[in-house]
Write a protein that binds this ligand. Sequence first.
Ligand SMILES: [Zn+2]
Length: 84
Amino acid sequence: MGSKMKNKIDIEKLKNIIKSVVSTTSDEISCSDCQKEVDKFVELNLEDKEIPEAYSLIEAHLNQCSSCREEYEVLLTALKEINK
Ligand SMILES: [Zn+2]
């Protein structure tokens, strides 16, 4: 009887492990995903709003992708000029 109980717990554990693996591997987004959201990310930055957690993916991508980083900086500079 005890072993049946143990199995159930292991399945729950396994689900949690799978969940955490899935969420870590989805930590990477593509350049096109990044470019779709980067303007919103720039706006949030300029408005000093709280950045939603989802945007940490954008931030992570910008830190490792120089072409998206460049686009982000161009947008940021342009919007700062507009808002002056
Ligand atoms: Zn990129």
